[in-house]
Design a protein around this ligand. Structure first.
Ligand code: SAH
Ligand code: SF4
Ligand code: F3S
Length: 479
């Protein structure tokens, strides 16, 4: 691949670096003179992969596009600008994105003015960017996770100067406040409380794609939550790769328990947060969660492995015993709490016995839900350089057994809801049947139910008639 003047390409070495430099905070969003109104009579389509942080970034991208006069479309065929916000967490995420970009080639042939832009975590990866630049001429714009705010000037260059723009910074990052936002949900909203990650789990690419941990100031977060409440939002989710470490990069006055309590006091009906790394889970957090009714009794507590030696190799900084004692504390202190988890099988050289330790923890904790993955070596991570004697076949067999095991417990947990009444925040109609509504319980269980005069955003009391592995069925109780 030939590097062109003006291109800024990702650099893994830079992305891995951490310095003591204080985080810069930028409060203004300025649209360059020439880029104002470039969206008038043009439309955009956004496709989002990955985690909630990416979903929230897409809402910022949409907000910026709106501020330039573009209108959002749901049909990609009608778009003048397509933005693909990508995820790099596992290899198969990458393959999916390349498939989608390949599909858009046809649209580009029909309309050479079409702008296809690729951004997000995969754009931070050297190898991926090389491949895109070489093999996918239809991609006219490439930018990363650190410069969403430059979208207006980048689009101007692509649309009016007919340039191919590549601007990817590999740095620790800043905190941008006051960027425009176009929220995709009317009743549920995401609120970033921090960016980046400094945990450097040995398998994980996020600390390189997202930069260092940068917490937002508490006042900024609280102001956003207040505004959401005024706008009528019923549920907010506080977002961070590791929310429990919130504030540690600012000073000792800042911690997640304090933030959570202040957020709860604002009075949005439902508050959630994700993700909680077991390492930083404090007793104060449990006190606050237990004290406020509007903090939902649901904890996503990634286990990753149930074997202490593998956990050590992963850099997770807790042992099997420590995880279990934290789990016990959570279920004792938060009544009717539901706990979900993430698990990786087939970490390099994981033995049958070590995998069995993961199953042991699953058998003990009986998780309500789990996201399970086969280890995927990510470029630049320490785990990708570890030798691995375990075949893919073995890993697949382990994943299947793990899924069978947790599915059994999830069904058992769900069955305990039969005959009970739960409060559901309604999302909308079931896709299959317009007489059937769907929404989530406080414990984050999906419920499909029948009823009359129900609107999205309503809280409805639902009697549970039946349970499946991934959802509950019921009927609304008429008032
Ligand atoms: N910050 C969160 C995790 C974010 S990534 C935490 O620390 O818990 C979401 C999940 O993807 C992780 O919990 C992990 O289970 C999985 N994951 C991350 N890197 C992976 C890799 N290289 N291979 C397979 N799964 C991975
Ligand atoms: Fe990745 Fe670990 Fe950070 Fe989670 S805490 S994002 S798994 S490095
Ligand atoms: Fe994926 Fe980036 Fe999120 S790698 S999981 S989109 S932080």
């Amino acid at each position: 691949m030939k590097q062109k003047a003006g291109w800024i390409l990702p650099n893994l070495k830079e992305a891995q670096k951490r310095t003591k430099k204080e985080t810069e905070r930028i409060n203004s969003y300025i649209i360059p003179e020439n880029a104002r109104f470039i969206g008038i009579n043009h439309s955009y389509f956004i496709s989002t992969y990955g985690c909630q942080a990416n979903e929230r970034d897409s809402e910022t991208l949409a907000g910026i596009m709106d501020s330039l006069g573009f209108s959002k479309v749901e049909d990609v065929e009608k778009a003048d600008v397509i933005l693909i916000n990508t995820c790099a967490i596992r290899e198969n995420a990458m393959e999916k994105v390349l498939g989608e970009i390949g599909n858009f080639k046809r649209l580009y042939r029909q309309n050479p003015d079409l702008v296809i832009g690729v951004c997000g975590c995969m754009a931070q990866e050297e190898g991926f960017v090389d491949r895109l630049l070489e093999k996918y001429p239809q991609v006219r714009l490439l930018f990363g996770t650190h410069n969403l705010q430059e979208l207006p000037s980048m689009l101007y260059s692509v649309m009016y100067e007919k340039q191919r723009v590549v601007r990817i910074y590999s740095r620790e990052g800043e905190v941008y406040e006051n960027l425009p936002v176009h929220r995709f949900g009317k009743h549920k909203a995401w609120v970033n409380i921090m960016y980046g990650c400094d945990k450097f789990c040995t398998y994980c690419i996020v600390p390189y794609t997202r930069g260092k941990q940068r917490s937002r100031y508490m006042d900024e977060i609280l102001a956003e939550v207040r505004e959401l409440k005024e706008q009528g939002y019923k549920e907010i989710t506080l977002l961070g790769q590791n929310v429990n470490a919130y504030g540690k990069d600012i000073d000792d006055q800042y911690d997640f328990a304090t933030l959570l309590e202040k957020v709860a006091q604002i009075g949005v009906p439902r508050i959630r947060f994700t993700t909680s790394h077991p390492w930083d889970f404090s007793d104060e957090m449990l006190d606050v969660i237990g004290k406020y009714e509007n903090i939902m009794p649901f904890i996503h507590l990634p286990l990753q492995s149930g074997d202490s030696k593998i956990l050590k190799l992963m850099g997770r900084r807790y042992s099997q015993e420590e995880y279990i004692s934290l789990y016990n504390k959570i279920i004792e202190r938060i009544p009717n709490v539901a706990v979900s988890t993430d698990i990786i099988v087939g970490f390099p050289n994981e033995s049958d016995e070590q995998f069995q330790h993961t199953l042991d923890v699953v058998n003990y904790c009986k998780f309500d839900n789990a996201f399970t993955f086969i280890f995927s070596p990510r470029p630049g991570t320490p785990a990708s350089r570890m030798e691995d004697s375990i075949s893919l076949e073995t890993k697949k067999a382990r994943l299947a057994l793990l899924n069978k095991t947790w599915n059994g417990y999830a069904l058992e947990k769900n069955k305990a809801y039969i005959g009970k009444t739960v409060t559901v925040l309604v999302d909308g109609f079931s896709k299959k049947n317009q007489m059937v509504f769907s929404g989530y319980t406080e414990t984050n269980k999906l419920v499909n139910f029948t009823g009359n005069h129900i609107q999205p955003g309503d809280f409805v009391e639902v009697y549970i008639d039946d349970a499946k592995t991934f959802s509950l069925d019921g009927h609304a109780i008429e008032k």
